[in-house]
Design a protein around this ligand. Structure first.
Ligand SMILES: C[S@@+](CC[C@H](N)C(=O)[O-])C[C@H]1O[C@@H](n2cnc3c(N)ncnc32)[C@H](O)[C@@H]1O
Length: 274
């Protein structure tokens, strides 16, 4: 990404320097101090234990995302977040902080095109929503924020830092942040996600809640989306009640999920408990 002092073009030189001076890094602790974009840490992380530091939160997000990323990421979410973002329709993008602060229509400033600013807002808000609903954990959240920051730098209308925007639109800034014509629209995950949230066939729950919901340990009020607990069934097993209370921090479905179809679906399941 574009960042003053980014060592992307220097990592191989750094590696050569270490080799030429017989400095063994394999299995050693490698400190990428003042890590910025964490480009150096990323380059060496397959061979070393990495320590990074930087006082900026953006760098912390990028570094944590790059260094902690592993194959188990997004298992709970159940689908690829990048494919999800790529498959979103622009109609759904809302106007938030980025649009109001950095895009021309509202603020007169042209750090980002209106469309891209809306997309950034949508993605950032969705990351928070997923985190709040425990669909992603801390590390996954940071990984997504870091990825968003990297993507944003590809469509920002700046010379290199964000202290000023360019008066004319740089060609890269008028490109789409997300390719919504993406072939991912037809991917299985997307279909599953849309079906799961359409109300036709259920609602999107984590695997634990899914199992408990299917077994009628709880259901939702079809009018307001509030959880109704099947206390009798849960109390048959005291540890299950404890487990349920532990994993259930949200007790009401978000408004956007409560479509007419979803309400019908919920009302059918509600009967099983009452
Ligand atoms: C030139 S950049 C590092 C670039 C990095 N090597 C890369 O490849 O992206 C310097 C970094 O030092 C960080 N920094 C400056 N003073 C710091 C301090 N006192 N404590 C921690 N980080 C600091 C800045 O936030 C900045 O990201």
């Amino acid at each position: 990404m574009r960042y003053i002092g980014n060592k992307a073009k220097l990592v191989e030189t750094i590696d050569d320097f270490l080799k030429n001076n017989n400095i063994e890094v394999e299995g050693k602790i490698f400190c990428d101090l003042f890590s910025g974009t964490a480009t150096v840490a990323d380059y060496f992380q397959d061979r070393c234990h990495i320590i990074v530091n930087d006082s900026l939160y953006f760098s912390y997000a990028i570094s944590a995302g790059k260094v902690k990323h592993n194959d188990n990421f997004f298992k709970e979410l159940g689908f690829c977040p990048f494919d999800f973002f790529n498959s979103q329709n622009t109609d759904q993008y809302k106007k938030g902080f980025c649009y109001n602060t950095f895009a021309p229509s509202k603020s007169g400033r042209q750090y980002f095109s209106d469309e891209n600013a809306k997309k950034i807002d949508f993605i950032r808000d969705t990351i928070d929503k997923w985190f709040k609903n425990k669909m992603i954990n801390d590390d996954e959240k940071l990984y997504l924020i870091g990825s968003l920051i990297e993507s944003v730098s590809k469509v920002s209308n700046v010379a290199g830092v964000y202290s000023a925007y360019l008066k004319k639109w740089d060609p890269r800034a008028v490109k789409d942040l997300i390719d919504i014509t993406s072939e991912h629209k037809d991917d299985d995950f997307y279909k599953k996600y849309m079906i799961a949230n359409s109300g036709d066939n259920g609602i999107w729950l984590c695997s634990n809640h899914h199992g408990l919901f299917d077994s009628h340990y709880f259901c939702f009020d079809s009018e307001n989306g509030k959880i109704i607990i099947n206390t009798q069934k849960l109390q048959e097993n005291s540890s299950l009640m404890e487990f349920f209370n532990k994993i259930t921090t949200n007790r009401q479905l978000p408004n956007e999920v409560m479509s007419e179809k979803t309400k019908i679906f919920l009302s059918k399941n509600q009967i099983n408990i009452e």
